[in-house]
Design a protein around this ligand. Structure first.
Ligand SMILES: [Zn+2]
Ligand SMILES: [Zn+2]
Length: 442
């Protein structure tokens, strides 16, 4: 995979030395903004797909090294044995807590249509060999920029904190593989188990310049289910001689819609979507099987397990009703995807207070939960380590207010039109993240 990635001009920013009285956070973040803007645009022009973050990770590592961090590259092992492009940057500053701050690094196969002058024109081949356009349509370029700004503030403010900062550049978030790959490569054994985890995600649901935060579930768990309906194939003119899996699958798709609406507690958010259905080769042939791909989103493991059981029972029950032979019962398999992104309530309150002090109460909103998913929760080891992910506002204020009025949503992340208002989002992100980290490292 070959992409253009020109090295950035050296960031020429003067910041107060640690020995001097540290300047006001708002002022130093403002000083950083021109260089961070260049960084953001450069990253935006040079997106790389999940698992291919070679240039991006090298750039991030290089910048963190310049700031005085001890940097390790190629941290992470995928399940298939491939090496990941994870970055781990450590800054030790005496005894104290260990705070992990995570950014993701990967982009998406999206053809950018924002029309901005720093838009991506990158094209590459994906893992299947298909030519695709690539875009930072999820704003991971913004997350990296905020991480670099935060890294610089923390390095310049060593007199204000004690402990260890561990900055993570995570690959392959979009395919929910990167966090697991880094843990599988003994992340915590090698770099220490953190006491706190912080991360942000940009969104057009919040105005740029603000953040939004809450305790409890922020994003749903994602579970992938595959259901194969098996039948007995034959000539399309003689259905009585076989067992038609197409009709069986069609009924399954409809009955599956009643699982969430009729069998799950309405107080418990859940989504079950049949996203793919494949079967058959020719109009007059009854196939032997139909395969379906489903995604399941919930905020609770109990609800998730219950729905998986409902899917199994529904598939089997319908097959029995259709008279499918015992040895051709449906096959239901599942792949664990992302866990729930659960914000530790006490930690969320603590970092919210720090953000309010730094940004002002009017720029710290109450977060809304979504049914989308993230793999950042994997770093918390099932919630054993307190972690918080907050929303970083990306929306233009006028467009946001217009959309509130009309009810027409703004382009969300993953849209070819997603264009965060970086001039507001970058300083808000760096200010919030630095203030939160400083508070945890007091
Ligand atoms: Zn995404
Ligand atoms: Zn994302």
């Amino acid at each position: 995979m070959r992409i253009r990635f020109s090295p950035l001009a050296v960031l020429a920013i003067s910041l107060p030395l640690a020995a001097q009285a540290p300047a006001n956070l708002a002022d130093t973040v403002k000083q950083q903004l021109p260089a961070l803007t260049e960084t953001y645009k450069q990253l935006h022009r040079s997106p790389e797909l999940s698992r291919y973050e070679e240039q991006t990770s090298a750039f991030l590592a290089g910048e963190l090294r310049k700031l005085g961090y001890t940097v390790n590259e190629h941290v992470g092992k995928y399940e298939d044995g491939a090496q990941a492009f994870g970055v781990v940057a450590v800054l030790v500053n005496g005894a104290g807590p260990r705070v992990l701050i995570r950014t993701d690094m990967d982009a998406l196969p999206v053809d950018e249509k924002t029309g901005v002058d720093y838009a991506s024109t990158v094209k590459t081949k994906d893992a299947q060999g298909q030519q695709v356009s690539v875009m930072h349509a999820c704003g991971h370029d913004l997350h990296m920029t905020v991480l670099l700004g935060t890294a610089r503030e923390l390095a310049a403010r060593k007199s204000q904190w004690h402990g260890t900062v561990v900055l993570i550049g995570q690959p392959a978030e979009e395919v929910v593989q990167g966090a697991a790959a880094m843990l599988a490569d003994h992340l915590y054994e090698r770099f220490g188990r953190p006491d706190y985890i912080l991360a942000e995600h940009d969104t057009n649901d919040v105005v740029a310049g603000s953040i939004a935060i809450k305790g409890g579930p922020l994003m749903a768990s994602a579970t992938t289910l595959n259901v194969t309906m098996r039948g007995i194939g034959g000539h399309g003119s003689r259905p009585e001689a076989g067992k038609d899996p197409i009709v069986l699958a069609a009924e399954f798709v409809l009955v599956a819609q009643t699982i969430v609406s009729r069998q799950v507690d309405p107080q418990q958010p859940a989504v079950l979507t049949v996203g793919t259905i494949h079967g058959g080769t020719k109009n007059n042939i009854i196939p032997d099987e139909v395969t379906m791909g489903l995604t399941l989103r919930t905020y609770s493991t109990t609800v998730r397990d219950r729905i998986v059981e409902d899917v199994r029972r529904t598939a089997k029950g319908l097959a029995v009703a259709y008279g499918i032979p015992e040895d051709l019962m449906p096959i239901v398999s599942l792949t664990e995807g992302a866990p729930v992104t659960y914000n530790n309530p006490a930690l969320a309150e603590r970092v919210r207070a720090a953000a309010v002090k730094a940004l002002g109460a009017s720029r710290v909103d109450e977060a809304k939960s979504v049914m989308g998913s993230e793999d950042v929760g994997i770093f918390t080891l099932d919630g054993k380590i307190p972690g918080v992910m907050y929303w970083l506002g990306a929306a233009d204020r006028a467009k946001f207010e217009e959309s509130q009025k009309t009810g027409v949503p703004l382009p969300s992340f993953h849209s070819a039109l997603f264009a965060p208002v970086y001039s507001e989002a970058i300083p808000a992100g760096v200010t919030a993240m630095t203030a939160m980290a400083l508070d945890l490292l007091k």
